[in-house]
Design a protein around this ligand. Sequence first.
Ligand SMILES: O=C(O)c1cc(C(=O)O)c2c(n1)C(=O)C(=O)c1cc(C(=O)O)[nH]c1-2
Ligand SMILES: [Ca+2]
Length: 677
Amino acid sequence: QTITEDDIRQATRGIDTQAIIANAGETRNWLNYGLDYAETRHSKLDSIDTSNVSELGLAWSHDMQSRRGVEATPIVVDGIMYVTASWSVVHALDAVTGEELWVYDPEVPREYAHKGCCDVVNRGVALYEGAVFVGAYDGMLHAIDAATGERLWVTDTIENREMSYTITGAPRVIDGRVIIGNGGAEFGVRGYVSAYDATSGEMDWRWYVVPGDPAKPYEDASMEAAAETWDPSAEYWKAGGGGTIWDAMAYDPDLNLLYVGTGNGSPWNRHLRSPGGGDNLYLASIVALDPATGEYQWHYQNTPGDTWDYTSTQHIILADLTIDGAERKVLMQAPKNGFFYVIDRTNGAFISAEPFVEVTWATGYDENGRPIEAEGARSKTEPWETIPSAYGAHNWHPMSFNPETGLVYIPAQGVPLVQSTDPAWELNSHKPMSTMSGVGWNLGYLFNAVAPEATPFGHLLAWDPVAQKEVWRAEYVSPWNGGTLTTAGGLVFQGTADGRFMAYDAATGEVLWQTPVGSGVVAAPATWEHEGEQYVTIAVGWGGVYGMMQRATDKVGPGRVYTFKVGGKSAPPDTVSTERLELVSGVPYDPDHVGDGLAIYVSNCLFCHGVPGVNNGGAVPNLGYSAPEVLTNAKDIVLDGAMVQGGMPAFADKLSEDDLQKVIAFVQGTADAIRPK
Ligand SMILES: O=C(O)c1cc(C(=O)O)c2c(n1)C(=O)C(=O)c1cc(C(=O)O)[nH]c1-2
Ligand SMILES: [Ca+2]
């Protein structure tokens, strides 16, 4: 039986703030990115539980025709599902059968790919009063009729198109306002979060994260206060200062506070951004705003004066915990920097912070909530292996909190990296030989100067936020595993980098069920109920910043949505191709060009394609495994843009044919050097 437009109108028209709050009581639907406004990702559904989860089977799967990373959590209401693929394409599906109801493509120009740091991803939509909202990768915010898939309005969230702003995060809607931030702090932007009227698309308010040019009036008192914490001598406003709000938000309706997580500075390196030091407010912070006006209420800065890309944009969960005998309204976060934070969400007061992975940049936090930094963590002259690295001890992959076990389920990881100050850094220099210049990155750091000592890891961590300690863990073969979901059935669900979908006993970590899903998973699952039956859905599609260049399985399938139920088919169809890893050989090159080629490669290619023949390729091919023809015909692709549709920009304005020959020499030379004799 097909769902009609009238059915959809019926189901979606009444979804407003009160309905989202009411749904939190029973969680039959999945109405908000993190399920409820508290972003717990804890479902109260319990018909799938520890006793029958082993009987889960496939209800349906749906191919989204997507080849890059899929990071979306689906929104589900009364058996209707809205999910996004790469390039911010929205799919409306019959949630019970997987049948496609409509597709909405915001038509992001494919050459926009290199304006973002971390793959052409999107984390999902918001649903409100019959409309679906998607923030597209090119910074356009679209409102779509939930019933027909037709555009209602579109608005540009980007105030300065000279800078590389994007959107990757899911909007939230509170009392008729669609709230969305932006990405782009690797390139140099000024971060902000904006609210738009859900009906008209008009902007209601905008709050900036960092101060602008001090020669101009401050937008509000929070900017005036923040400016005191920056050294203006390096003219930080020219690179924008950073602090993008590219993912986490949460909302407490009782306190009427919107919580946002803010990102790293532009450039990353504080020696270059604010040479005299300073906390550089409100980078790497949790900030509480009035959701009606955008007015600043308070902040807690996890990483004062961030220099390591220790964003605090990671998932924020609101919960009520008993701490030292007292009931506390807290918010919890496990940001990139490796500490797990419990903060009083009424006023931002620090409660506790303890490391949930090995950490070397700080030895702990003092009672005022300031980190005690380790000696050398900000070295200006020496290469420094920061642990965690810029990939984060936990990145955007959502965690979840189960009030019954009292545990937070964190996709924890380590991706080793050594960084050192770039002595030649100039703002957006766009010179072929300067670091990150070809793609306009503004980090102020060099990488790979020294091999890291740490080893990569990924595990699912069950963390007690009151005792601030690990309770159990599940080890994985690789970093970059999916987000988590926990349920009243005593379960934790998670997809893995090596292409499995897992169910664990939430109390003990025992594996109760698993199934292959044909591709590495980075997104988080959702669960929902329709006509008395509970379903679990996961969107797969390998990618994101780590997944662009490295993969943990040879199975790299298309972006696909899988839905499971008790008594479904035994296993998903394994329709996935297996790629071979064969080093490129036989392409002629001048060995004297390898050194120059390395510099050009690092500036222009490395952050998507990885190290040839060392990384193994992910959502973006590793050039070390190219077919020889790809290198010999590289001019079409690299300079003339033959593969723009896949997200490979044309570099004709940045690289000459001579530069390209050097890059080819580096790729073939590296493959020859590492080939086993
Ligand atoms: O500073 C920023 O503006 C910004 C934006 C984004 C993004 O929008 O995806 C990421 C990051 N930073 C980042 O540091 C990061 O590790 C990251 C990973 C991912 C991803 O989707 O896999 N995005 C981002
Ligand atoms: Ca960043």
